[in-house]
Design a protein around this ligand. Structure first.
Ligand code: ADP
Length: 414
């Protein structure tokens, strides 16, 4: 089955086509036919396209709306020029898997999209006004371009965290606010946490029930998850992705009284403060330089830049604090898994986060850590009781696999 995986955002559309079926899932032998991204700026779109693992190609296209963008992408993939011989026409796309940001309390797993499900996703718009409308648009456009008979599956960023108990998801505010507006913590990055948890237990030959770990997704957005017996029991993002770890441009945890204080001192409206916390804070806000961890580490190394140092220290300290909190919440864990652009590629950040954690029986193996970049591997020492791994995430692969399994009515593993 050729599955088109779509991640439709406000200014970009990311896509992959993955050929997979139950046998290939079993053998871990799915094949990525192509992938790309369309970034929309005004009336023009910049398309980045990659067939298999060939070099990336870049070109521009007109992009009045998402429909035109997707039509262009499908047309290009099906053309001779793309070189994707498996896709000769739109009919060779057998299913679509959508990344949907918010499934609220409604969706606890990946779901075949019919009109009722589509309405449910629309009902969650209130919870994710910046994201779900684009996801809905993506579903409608795919339906229009590929026909109603092409099955579409929604894979929710929040679904994996459905197992988080109320003691962890409730905010200590008047309970009626939860009853009235569903104000609670939902968590995000669920597909990534679920994927690396699955890879971890596959690497170790464990059952889901034996899977007790802390996953750290450290990319532009960052979150931690506590996974007990294969289920998420706590996670650091909240009602929105702003809570928790320090991120590229998001503050993560802070004193909520700061919102009105900053508004008053800086003469800002509340939405402007929210923008400041989402887009001008985190690594960027602390360093005053960039949200890019690679650049910050370079500044630190080459110029011993004090603000870059501060940003990196606050980032790592917060992550370590969450590991400690989750170890306490879970009564201990067997492993920590690093993923996301930073977690997969930066031995330095991984080492800094784990610094001084010998008390928890966590000892990083410096050589293994240095060698494990953009690939799966154990990075802790043999005498470390708490193991540490780096595992590249692959949310698109999990979305494609879920899509196949949901369509065929097969259970998909957590
Ligand atoms: P997104 O959350 O947008 O998917 P990524 O998971 O790609 O982002 O992560 C982006 C982050 O990963 C950036 O801060 C980038 O600097 C960082 N990163 C990528 N490679 C490295 C590296 N070799 N060393 C340190 N940080 C890296």
């Amino acid at each position: 089955m050729n599955v088109l995986v779509l991640n439709v955002g406000s200014s970009s559309v990311k896509f992959q086509i993955i050929a997979t079926d139950l046998e290939r899932i079993q053998k871990n032998a799915d094949s990525r036919l192509c992938r790309g991204e369309v970034e929309r700026t005004g009336g023009e779109a910049i398309v980045t396209f990659q067939r298999g693992s060939e070099a990336k190609r870049k070109f521009t296209a007109a992009s009045p709306d998402v429909s035109a963008v997707l039509d262009h992408v499908i047309g290009y993939v099906a053309s001779k020029e793309s070189g994707v011989s498996e896709i000769q026409s739109a009919a060779d796309i057998h299913a679509v898997g959508h990344r949907v940001v918010h499934g609220g309390e409604l969706f606890s797993e990946s779901t075949l999209i019919d009109d009722k499900v589509l309405q449910g996703i629309k009902d969650c718009i209130d919870l994710a006004p910046l994201h779900n409308p684009d996801n809905v648009k993506g579903i409608l456009v795919a339906r229009e371009l590929l026909g109603k008979d092409t099955p579409q599956v929604a894979v929710f960023d929040t679904a994996f965290h459905h197992s988080v108990p109320d003691r962890a998801f409730l905010y200590a505010i008047p309970y009626r606010l939860y009853g009235r507006y569903r104000i609670r913590r939902y968590g995000f990055h669920g597909t990534s946490h679920r994927y690396v948890s699955f890879r971890y237990r596959t690497l170790r030959g464990l059952t889901s029930n034996q899977t007790n770990l802390i996953t750290l997704h450290l990319g532009n957005g960052c979150s931690a998850a506590a996974i007990l017996r294969g289920n998420s029991v706590d996670t650091s993002m909240g009602m929105t992705p702003l809570e928790g770890l320090v991120m590229g441009t998001r503050s993560g945890d802070l004193d909520p009284a700061l919102v009105s204080l900053i508004a008053a001192k800086e003469g800002m409206s509340l939405p402007e403060v929210e923008t400041l916390l989402n887009h001008q804070s985190g690594l960027l806000g602390l360093s005053g330089l960039t949200n890019d961890m690679r650049v910050l580490l370079g500044e630190l190394k080459d110029r011993d830049n004090a603000r870059a140092r501060l940003a990196v220290e606050v980032f790592c300290y917060r992550a370590r604090k969450y590991i400690g909190a989750y170890l306490a919440a879970m009564g201990g864990a067997d492993a920590i898994v690093f993923t996301g652009g930073i977690g997969e590629n930066s031995p330095e950040i991984r080492a800094r986060i784990c610094e001084g954690m010998e008390w928890a029986n966590l000892k990083i193996d410096a050589a293994k850590n240095e060698q494990t970049i953009a690939r799966e591997g154990l990075i802790s020492r043999e005498d470390s009781k708490l193991l540490a791994y780096a595992i590249p995430t692959d949310e698109e692969l999990l979305i494609a696999r879920d899509t196949v399994q949901v369509i065929l009515g097969q259970p998909h593993p957590s």
